[in-house]
Design a protein around this ligand. Structure first.
Ligand code: PBG
Length: 326
């Protein structure tokens, strides 16, 4: 005899009931929109491997931000694109005063005072080696890099950044940056640390966007091995103790278990970075007519929230906001 006294389908029988019992929700304010900025005027250059994503010059970025904020997006993460000629071994453009990136942060803050501005703290867009740390004899130095990250952080805080995102994976950087900021009076600038950042193939399109691919070797000596889970707990624990306000997992989709693990173990918000390659995959399939891009996008974003992320850095922010706003 089949036992049908329990019929889960009853809770799915109408749109109303389905909504009533829905456990996880997506809101526009869950999104942090990563954006790319480059020097110049009237520039809007599409990133080839990221259809719908552009590198803007400041004037066009400010225009774009009207649209972004009108959609209800509350936060952006801004990444600079530097020409090869401005890069050097010590990433000096990352902390010189009045660079176009720092000036842009100030200009955005002035025009959009309510917008949360997150910045990236890592050497790679400014480094002639294309690495996140200082290179000496083919090795990535940890402690010498911290000083550069400290200077970079302070410059970004002075420019008006609300949240700093150290994405470099050097040991001890959160504590170093926290102390450096506090010493200079920036106690209210937050740190969202890239705690569990894996050495991933899914960063490819981002490196195209910033022309920031490593000039030699790979990032395996600082980014995490995709095979490891326990190590994510250790990284998160250290970042927490060193003063991080939020912990991030990156990428998101192949690491939903890590998002869950951190959410269950830490009392601060967990963020997840739905990275460039994850965006590109869905876009490519959708453009080929191989899957319904909008539905795939919403499903992916929801799954990241369901795993335990409070907020999501995603290139889909605008498109998803349009759908959520109806
Ligand atoms: C670099 C950085 C990377 C991303 C964010 N910050 C790339 C890397 O580590 O090589 C990737 C983001 C994405 O792929 O969307 N510090």
């Amino acid at each position: 005899m089949i036992n049908l006294s329990r019929r889960p389908r009853r809770n799915r029988k109408s749109a109303g009931i389905r909504e009533m019992v829905q456990e996880t929700t997506l809101r526009v304010s869950d999104f942090i929109y990563p954006m790319f900025i480059q020097e110049g005027a009237n520039q809007k250059v599409e990133v080839k491997s990221m259809p719908g994503i552009y590198r803007f010059s400041l004037d066009n970025l400010l225009e774009e931000l009207k649209e972004v904020t009108d959609l209800g997006i509350v936060a952006i993460d801004l990444f600079p694109n530097y020409p090869e000629s401005k890069k050097d071994r010590i990433a000096s453009e990352s902390y010189h005063e009045n660079t176009f990136y720092l000036k842009a942060i100030t200009a955005i803050k002035e025009q959009f005072p309510e917008l949360v501005i997150m910045t990236d703290v890592a050497m790679d867009p400014y480094s002639s080696d294309g690495h996140d740390g200082l290179v000496e004899n083919g090795k990535i130095l940890n402690d010498a890099t911290l000083e550069i990250l400290g200077n970079m952080s302070l410059a970004q805080a002075k420019a008006g950044a609300d949240i700093l995102g150290p994405s470099d994976m050097m040991d001890g950087r959160v504590g170093y940056i926290r102390k450096h900021l506090d010493t200079h009076g920036f106690t209210d600038v937050s740190i969202m640390s890239y705690s569990a950042k894996y050495a991933s193939a899914f960063y490819g399109p981002f490196r195209d966007a910033l022309q920031s691919a490593p000039k030699f070797g790979d990032k395996n000596s600082y980014q995490m091995n995709p095979a490891n889970k326990r190590e994510a707990l250790l990284e998160a624990q250290l970042d927490f103790e060193e003063g991080a306000d939020m912990l991030m997992v990156k990428p998101a989709l192949s690491y939903l278990d890590i998002i869950r693990l951190l959410d269950e173990n830490f009392e601060i918000p967990i963020a997840a970075y739905n990275v460039s390659g994850e965006y590109a995959m869905i876009k490519a399939a959708a453009l080929n007519g191989w899957l319904d891009g909008d539905r795939a996008m919403m499903e992916v974003l929801l799954s990241i929230r369901r795993a335990g992320a409070k907020c999501i850095l995603t290139y889909f922010a605008k498109e998803a906001a349009m759908i959520l706003n109806g």
